[in-house]
Design a protein around this ligand. Structure first.
Ligand code: GTP
Ligand code: MG
Length: 216
């Protein structure tokens, strides 16, 4: 049987170079939006990073862009509270989203972020792909399922990016991969490949850069 949701193949030298130029070149913070009406004009390819609080969204943006502190990353779950826009060259917006599934901030505040997050994921016409980050120690949880179902309904393609590969022994990874692949089979909006990354060690970073550049 063919394995469903294989890992994205490593890019060839040209694709790697296109990814490097886009993602480590002219990348700048543009703005943080707290309402849909504050989003910049929908005038270019947009990709975003979604996932549970603390899964490593901001760290991944830092690793992809080769910048230590472009997107803030922290030990405090719920750190990113706005929809943060970055420009990559003149062709792409990279978007760092607030995490979901974090309940320790005051409830009305959490609810406000979550409403904004859902409105954004369901209603941004130029959103080409959502990278949904899944901690490779934990796999897909019910809070993730809620977001994946929203993306199915909105017909927004998402690609699963497993994070923190450095935290899991190779021998323990297969069970998580199997859980993730089985869960993804229920989601029509799932892009048919997954990517394993470590922002800490650099694993998968060139591959993801190349994937983003190909979406140009
Ligand atoms: P919120 O903004 O709160 O939703 O979190 P986030 O998803 O942006 O996570 P963030 O990038 O802030 O990372 C959370 C914690 O995980 C930080 O302590 C990071 O240093 C750590 N972390 C992120 N990626 C990796 C990784 O690849 N390996 C290891 N070992 N730690 C990581
Ligand atoms: Mg963050």
């Amino acid at each position: 049987m063919i394995q469903p949701f294989p890992f994205t193949e490593e890019p060839d030298a040209d694709a790697r170079e296109r990814g490097r130029i886009l993602m480590t070149g002219q990348v700048e913070f543009l703005k943080g939006a707290v309402e849909m009406s504050h989003l910049p004009p929908a005038d270019r390819v947009e990709i975003c990073f979604a996932g549970r609080s603390n899964v490593g969204k901001s760290s991944l943006i830092n690793a992809l862009t080769g910048r230590r502190n472009l997107a803030r990353a922290s030990n405090t779950p719920g750190r990113t509270q706005e929809i943060n826009y970055f420009t990559a060259g003149e062709s792409h917006y990279l978007v760092d989203l607030p995490g979901y599934g974090f309940a320790e901030a005051p409830k009305p505040i959490v609810e406000k972020w979550q409403r904004l997050l859902k409105a954004y994921l369901a209603g941004r016409p130029t959103l080409r792909r959502v990278f949904v980050l899944i901690d490779c120690r934990h796999g897909i949880k019910s809070v993730d399922e809620e977001i994946l179902t929203l993306l199915d309904r909105s017909a927004v393609t998402f690609q699963t990016v497993l994070t923190k590969a450095d935290k899991v022994k190779a021998s323990d990874r297969e069970a998580i991969f199997a859980q993730v692949r089985a869960a993804l089979q229920k989601h029509p909006a799932a892009f048919p490949e997954i990517i394993l990354t470590s922002s800490e060690k650099g694993e998968g970073i060139e591959t993801l850069r190349a994937v983003i550049a190909e979406l140009g």
